[in-house]
Design a protein around this ligand. Structure first.
Ligand SMILES: [Zn+2]
Length: 181
């Protein structure tokens, strides 16, 4: 009996270790890839370009596309807009990090956040009022700001810089490490 209990405990311990390993793997997958930039300017230029590209495509599929804007009344964000946004966001993230899986997961996450916003509008019966009150530019602005808000939160952990003083330590969102600051 004692041996059986010992054996069960052993299997239980192995199971816990396996699960712990799996959790660490999953956490690692969700962690943003860290990319080394040579200066803050190099990062902000890249960052500006990402937003510029998303902004351009979004403007084209809401403001410049009367048909899709019209369909938004029924859908919130339309299936065609979702496909276009999925492509551009994923492309920007992949070009930044070279990480296929992370870029796809984050793109899904951002689109989910966008869907959630429109579901909120539609399910609370406010969508008709919002759509009728706002013009296409204001609607585009709401969608763009939703994406910016989500992306800002995600991208803040991506850039890394080598400290410009000691040239040894790495730092986030600034060019001088804590030791030299
Ligand atoms: Zn330093």
């Amino acid at each position: 009996m004692e041996r059986l209990a010992l054996c069960s405990k052993l299997f239980y311990d192995i199971d816990v270790i396996e699960k712990h390993k799996r959790i660490l793997e999953l956490e690692k997958q969700l962690q943003p890839p860290e990319i080394l930039f040579s200066s803050m300017k190099e990062w902000t230029d890249k960052y500006d370009l990402i937003y510029k590209n998303i902004k351009k495509v979004l403007y084209e599929c809401i403001v410049d596309n009367a048909q899709e804007y019209h369909f938004m009344f029924s859908f919130g964000i339309t299936p065609k807009q979702v496909v276009i946004l999925e492509y551009v966001i994923n492309k920007q993230l992949y070009e930044l990090t070279g990480n296929i899986k992370w870029s796809e997961d984050i793109t899904d996450q951002i689109l989910l956040g966008l869907h959630a916003m429109f579901c909120g509008f539609i399910n609370s019966n406010s969508w008709r009022l919002i759509y009728d009150t706002l013009g296409n530019i204001q609607l585009y602005d709401i969608v763009y700001n939703n994406i910016v808000h989500q992306l800002n939160h995600i991208l803040k952990d991506v850039p890394q810089f080598k400290c410009i003083k000691c040239k040894k330590n790495y730092c986030y969102l600034k060019e001088i490490c804590y030791e030299c600051d």
